[in-house]
Design a protein. Structure first.
Length: 202
């Protein structure tokens, strides 16, 4: 069973890498085209602004997906991962991120990136996300905000063994994170309180 899970995760990584690689170029070209149209003055300013904003948002999301789910996340330094998610949150304008240097390797940096991205899903109205590491190695990602909470089905796949056949697009990230924690030699815990959630790796 564990071997099957490992194969499935590798396939997810490879497919995600390919999708992100193939889409980064076209999305970048759309954004570049919008800039050229703006310089030439042949399009409506409002439409151009929307094109630029959408293109940049798509590019940021693809970069996050590439680092979180693709093979690139196994070798990119943690600072690059932190900067990528910070830029995405800053552009969105709803979530603040406190993720200082905590001295971890790329594999654990990728784990934290996934924890942060999943914590964002628990903040429907925005809020604050903070990454901390204790001396014994425990890593905690706290998310606080109005009605902060994980959906029950997402919480379930992070806490319990779930068959891949039971997953859907909403829950697959929680499944991926739980198994990624196991692959990096630890375990994932989930805590929820009124307006606060925490993902803990130790």
């Amino acid at each position: 069973m564990e071997q099957d899970r490992a194969v499935e995760l590798i396939l997810i990584e490879l497919i995600s890498s390919r999708i992100c690689h193939d889409l980064v170029g076209p999305v970048g070209a759309v954004n570049a085209g919008a800039e050229l149209m703006g310089e030439a003055g042949v399009a409506d300013d409002e439409a151009l602004a929307l094109m630029r904003k959408s293109g940049l948002e798509a590019a940021r999301r693809l970069q996050l997906f590439r680092l979180a789910f693709g093979r690139a996340g196994n070798s990119v330094d943690t600072k690059s991962m932190r900067d990528a998610v910070a830029q995405s949150f800053e552009a969105e304008g709803k979530v603040t991120l406190q993720w200082e240097e905590i001295g971890i390797d790329p594999a654990h940096g990728r784990l934290v990136l996934n924890m942060v991205m999943l914590a964002r899903e628990a903040l429907p109205f925005g809020g604050d996300i903070r990454v901390t590491r204790e001396s014994e190695g425990r890593i905690t990602v706290n998310a606080a905000g109005k009605r902060a909470a994980f959906r029950p089905d997402i919480e379930n796949v992070m806490k319990n063994e779930v068959s891949p056949e039971e997953l859907d697009p909403r829950t697959v990230h929680g499944f991926f994170l739980r198994n990624l924690a196991h692959r990096t030699g630890g375990a994932l815990s989930v805590l929820q309180d009124d307006g606060n959630v925490a993902l803990i790796y130790d």
